[in-house]
Design a protein around this ligand. Sequence first.
Ligand code: RNT
Ligand code: ZN
Length: 418
Amino acid sequence: MKEELVKKAYEVAKERYAAIGVDTEKVLEQMQNFHLSMHCWQADDVAGFENQGGSLTGGIQVNGNYPGKARNIDELRSDILYAKSLIPGTHRLNLHEIYGDFGGKYVDRDQCDVTHFQSWIDWGKANNTLLDFNSTSFSHPKSGDLSLANPDKGIRDFWIEHSKRCRAISEAIGKAQGDPCIMNTWVHDGSKDLTVNRLMYRELLKDSLDQIFAQKYDNMKDCVESKVFGIGLESYTVGSNDFYTSYAAKNNMMITLDTGHFHPTESVADKVSAMLLFVPELMLHVSRPVRWDSDHVTIMDDPTQDLFSEIVRAGALDRVHYGLDYFDGTLNRIGAYVIGSRAAQKCMLRALLEPIATLRKYELDDKKFQRLALLEECKNLPWNAVYDEFCLRNNVPVGEEFITAVEKYEADVTSKRA
Ligand code: RNT
Ligand code: ZN
């Protein structure tokens, strides 16, 4: 019954869109090739498997203790696969170094290598999931306020070694999966209060990065992520937006845009066309900042929609990698994956369904009223019928059906975790 309704609604939507020059079949094809890089760290509140008993540091924070979080690598893998079964399309998984398969041993950050990720490579192959990677500067005795920018050469070298090893791991992953592994470098370095040696820390960070990126690889791609500030590090961030934008542009590297890492009224969408003239590609960390970089679950809000619309309008679909980056421990974590991933897809779908040729023409003809009117009307065209059809074709629950699916996994699996 539901299937019939979805089909009927899609046929009507197809006609509505055809009337404004948009081919929904082509858009559905594009959606099939739109891959998110799901962040592994929503499943366990950014804890990882290092087993060193420390708490989350580095200016980031997870709130909430909703029961049932993944406690080990098997549970995390099972949760991610279940979440993926409720999201249409095929998606990548973004790992952090602390999620290695350490076999119960403590492997320090300057000791990690590809052997700790072999089981992830095998898992990725078995589950049709390409992998991305992140070095981990936080939650470690040597983290402090400064890692790659630490004036203490011993500490700096420790994190340089960690980062180099992470790049080597990413290269091995990329080679094994036959597709470049995107490795993100974000370090929390900053300070809580008035800072007078701003230049010095930035010189140190630049020097550390130069050492880390000196080795060239063919099967991985680097990206660098800036931030406004971290909790407890409010006054100064070494890797600010200006720092990393300049660094990436100068070194022809990819930049990571985390949607929570800018001033609250700053448009991340507007950075797409500006930055892509100077850097080869972009990595996204799609998040939802509520008043600060709170990493709430992504929803279909205006900033997310604007960001995806700008990517499509800039013809940059293939120059962007679509990572998610939120972590909320106050609600069912698998449900959080599904809500955020579907929201990102819906924003992309709406972006692809835009009658862009007409809008561009209105703009060039100085038809301001017509441009605004059509943009407004696009909001209530039946894009949701196209999304339902997308779900149907991918054999995943349509609409709110996924709520009961998440509830079932909670009853059968996560609620049984102590
Ligand atoms: C922190 C950055 C960073 C992390 C992850 C866990 O503000 O956004 O990307 O969220 O690496
Ligand atoms: Zn991020």
